[in-house]
Ligand binder design. Structure first.
Ligand code: HGY
Ligand code: MN
Ligand code: MN
Length: 413
């Protein structure tokens, strides 16, 4: 092995400590003290590995190693280091640690690659604070909008732009994070599988071929707060009742679409929030995914139709929909997958081709680079929960594969 398990384990354990909810899973939201602490650790590790480190205008850490051919496109390795609320220690950091360890191996071996290499740590991939995920990679590929920075807000009503400013970033410069097409040749990401396949088949690493399409919506329902005891049932504008009907509708529409389509209402807030008041206001998220883009569209269109029906059924309801994020399904680069396959065999690893039901920065980076995504097993298939776990030797298998592949790509003519 070129990589060292002790360094991998040390990084994961160190990053796990930068947590707003110790003892209740990992919560590391963007533009928070935990983000700053983790960024400082990552920057120091990048510098110790001989990289020149900068932070891009939206908060992504970029550690660069010059190559012998400055005109060659960059080989980039990375992932995200924000988390969901009360999540696990491996979703994101496994890919960060992979980037750090790859940089250390190259540094240890005193190699100057032909291609320049960049090792990146992105933020707000989960969207757990502001609702729109894949933020760092969308910033690099020009998919962010001014509107989103101003309109997306956290549970305290702070917008993304305000949080960036408070963190010392200038949100007006978000476009300066964009990387021109051609500048980055390939992007490699290691991620935990967040599913049961590798563990149940005893396969060491997964090589991802496709990533599902995703549609994230924010639905806001304005009804009317009324006395729960004196308001007859046929005179109510009950916002939560409408939200409940739409939640059930999303569930049924996803099942009906089939083909692996999934639909989830994962976050809901309501006002005023007393047991004796008919809810007058509800805001909730809808997350629809499918390997088939037409199935995502089918569910979204059916949902819009149901919203129209509900507002006709009760004209005291106003229902607004805001699109938080949309990605088509992505097929990852055949050449990079081929190199991963070859390096896997050379390293004596068992591999299998997989699809991803989770979204990843890799799916966005495919806009501007040839992308490879490697999975390592998740214990019990669990993720986005404190129980999330990957054995360190399993993680090291994936790190070894990405490290060797990155070095092979960085040597290519
Ligand atoms: O939601 C996802 O698929 C990823 O964990 N951000
Ligand atoms: Mn992730
Ligand atoms: Mn995640």
């Amino acid at each position: 092995m070129k990589t060292q398990l002790e360094r991998i384990q040390r990084d994961i354990e160190a990053l796990s400590a930068f947590n707003a909810t110790p003892g209740q899973g990992l919560t590391r939201l963007s533009f928070t003290p935990e983000h700053a602490q983790a960024a400082q650790y990552i920057q120091q590790a990048m510098e110790a590995a001989g990289l020149k480190v900068r932070t891009d205008p939206i908060g992504t850490l970029i550690g660069r190693l010059e190559g012998t051919d400055p005109t060659a496109p960059v080989v980039m390795v990375g992932s995200h280091f924000d988390s969901v609320k009360h999540g696990g220690n491996f979703d994101g950091p496994a890919g960060i640690v992979t980037a750090l360890e790859t940089a250390r191996v190259i540094h240890d071996e005193g190699i100057t690659p032909r291609h320049p290499m960049e090792f990146v740590a992105m933020i707000e991939e989960e969207g757990a604070r502001f609702g729109s995920g894949l933020f760092g990679s969308r910033g690099m590929t020009g998919r962010l909008t001014q509107e989103e920075l101003a309109s997306n807000h956290d549970d305290q009503g702070i917008s993304t732009a305000q949080a960036m400013e408070a963190f010392g970033l200038d949100p007006a410069r978000y476009r300066d994070a964009v990387r021109p097409k051609g500048e980055i040749g390939s992007f490699l990401e290691l991620h935990i599988e967040q599913g049961p396949i590798l563990e149940s088949t005893g396969t060491q690493v997964g090589i991802v071929e496709t990533v599902v399409g995703i549609c994230n919506l924010e639905i806001t329902i304005e009804g009317r707060p009324d006395h729960a005891g004196t308001t007859p049932m046929d005179m109510r504008a009950d916002a939560l009742l409408a939200a409940a009907k739409l939640t059930l509708f999303v569930n049924q529409a996803a099942i009906q679409a089939g083909n692996g389509t999934v639909g989830t209402v994962g976050k809901l807030s309501l006002l005023p929030g007393s047991g004796n008041i008919v809810p007058g206001w509800v805001q909730f998220t809808v997350d629809v995914r499918s390997p088939r883009g037409d199935c995502v569209n089918q569910v979204r269109e059916a949902l819009f139709e149901e919203i129209r029906r509900l507002t006709q059924e009760n004209d005291q309801l106003t229902i607004k929909v805001r699109t938080l994020m949309e990605m088509d399904p992505v097929t990852l680069d055949p050449h990079v997958r081929q190199v991963l396959q070859e390096q896997g065999e050379a390293a004596g690893l068992t591999t299998r081709t997989m699809s991803s039901g989770a979204g990843h920065d890799a799916m966005v980076m495919a806009d501007i680079a040839h992308v490879g995504l490697v999975f390592v097993p998740s214990k019990g298939g669990r993720s986005h929960c404190p129980e999330e776990w990957t054995d360190y030797n399993q993680l090291q298998n994936g790190v070894e594969l990405v490290c060797r592949t990155a070095m092979a790509l960085a040597a290519e003519e």
